[in-house]
Design a protein around this ligand. Structure first.
Ligand code: HEC
Ligand code: HEC
Length: 256
């Protein structure tokens, strides 16, 4: 019986909390240009909640405070009709863009049953600004402040987002980052980067040994390159990717 009593109280409490929140939101809307003007309150709140979770923000990311309130904390302090915050108008563009992707473009594909609808979260993944590609973030950090800074950035992002639906922590982005730097003759920096990667994250990463080998090869340090390709093959025997680079190296050595 005690349990049942608790449950009923709990449900009343939820209804109370919800109705307070609900009551702080106006019943009629005066400034809708993207949504249907006659949309019901329940539907509108559902859409707004979807925005907040898709972008990882609160209502006040898009909605400004009432007269004299610059940083509203309560719903009652918000002037929902105001367009003062630019993110609100950007959102209207985003709503039209998303609608157009789904209704004007994806509908042109015949087997459309196989496709999900594109939603805010498809691109935003819980972030106010959609996450940029990891290799681009690292490359930008490297250009600005060098390889130590790029490594630090990787550490930070990995600590915060590993396992989350935001950045790709497979080896592919690191491999792309590496290729870009090899093209700029930054082999030595790459050796440092991937040595740190081996020490910190995975001492059995054949991928990292391969990148170190490629970096040495790009600097004509053939013995070091071979040593690292050998280590990669020790971890992953007959790895086709490594063997391809090994062949390439042997051909280069022959030419010299
Ligand atoms: C990512 C931006 C964004 C977030 C976050 C957001 N909203 Fe909105 N909201 C909008 C946009 C854009 C409109 C206007 C839509 C239109 O023009 O049809 C709007 C309109 C409204 C309106 C109607 C205002 C009027 O009178 O025209 C209400 C009420 C509202 N939002 C409540 C909320 C609540 C409550 C939350 C938090 C749970 C929230 N919003 C979070 C972007 C946002
Ligand atoms: C196809 C991918 C895609 C979809 C879908 C999408 N967005 Fe965006 N959104 C972006 C990109 C890319 C940017 C960054 C634009 C820039 O700054 O150059 C952005 C920027 C924004 C911003 C500005 C962020 C800031 O810096 O303040 C808001 C707000 C936003 N989107 C809301 C939404 C909402 C709400 C939806 C769903 C209705 C949505 N977006 C759907 C790709 C998308």
């Amino acid at each position: 019986m005690a349990n049942k009593y608790f449950n009923i109280n709990f449900i009343f409490m939820l209804i109370f909390i919800f109705s307070v929140a609900h009551a702080q939101i106006p019943d009629s809307f005066t400034n809708l240009t993207a949504l249907p003007k006659d949309i019901g309150k329940k539907d509108l709140i559902g859409i707004m909640k979807n925005f907040t979770s898709s972008l990882g923000v609160r209502c006040n990311y898009c909605h400004a405070g009432k007269e004299g309130i610059s940083d509203p904390q309560e719903l009652s302090e918000i002037d929902f009709a105001s367009d003062k915050i630019p993110a609100k108008d950007i959102t209207r563009v985003m709503m039209k863009m998303t609608q157009s992707i789904n209704n004007d473009h994806l509908t042109l594909i015949k087997e459309k049953n196989h496709l999900e609808k594109v939603e805010c979260v498809t691109c935003h993944k819980g972030m106010a600004e959609p996450p940029k590609k990891l290799e681009n973030i690292l490359a930008r950090q490297y250009e600005k402040s060098g390889i130590e800074a790029a490594l630090k950035k990787y550490d930070e992002l990995r600590a915060k987002y590993y396992g989350a639906y935001v950045y790709d922590f497979t080896f592919q982005p690191l491999s792309n980052f590496s290729d870009a730097l090899i093209n700029e003759n930054k082999g030595e920096d790459l050796v440092n980067f991937f040595t740190a990667f081996l020490n910190k994250y995975d001492k059995n990463s054949w991928n990292a040994y391969l990148e170190i080998g490629k970096a040495y090869a790009s600097e004509n340090k053939f013995d070091e390159a071979k040593m690292n390709y050998d280590k990669a093959l020790e971890i992953s025997p007959n790895n086709e990717n490594v063997m391809w680079f090994y062949d390439k190296l042997n051909k280069e050595i022959k030419k010299k």
